[in-house]
Ligand binder design. Structure first.
Ligand code: TYC
Length: 103
């Protein structure tokens, strides 16, 4: 077999397709019982928002029924939802948040 007979295999570089992890949005829902001040404090403590940002998001939920608090990884979104709802539960308020996948 001469050198000419050696068939060189084309090097196929297969790029692993890494799917970007899906992002989740945390939605805050309005209710008639949780005090505005409490909602604002929860947004500050759990989501590290400024007083102004927390107040704005709280008022958006208050007026429109719901508001997006943050968009982040699934585990973070679910942890924050649980933390916020635990604080509300301890205080006896029916505050509701949900983590939903982004379209
Ligand atoms: N609607 C509540 C009230 O008037 C305040 C509130 C705002 C509650 C936003 C929940 O996500 C909420 N006391």
């Amino acid at each position: 077999m001469s050198d000419k007979d050696i068939a060189l295999k084309p090097k196929t570089v297969t790029k692993p397709k890494l799917e970007r992890p899906r992002l989740y949005k945390v939605i805050l829902y309005n209710d008639d019982y949780t005090p505005r001040e409490f909602v604002t404090v929860v947004l500050k403590v759990v989501f590290r928002m400024s007083n102004e940002a927390g107040y704005r998001v709280m008022m958006t939920a208050h007026k429109l029924g719901s508001a997006v608090v943050v968009v982040c990884a699934k585990d973070i979104a679910e942890t924050k939802v649980a933390e916020a709802m635990d604080l509300a539960k301890e205080a006896g308020f029916p505050l509701m948040l949900k983590a939903e996948p982004e379209e």
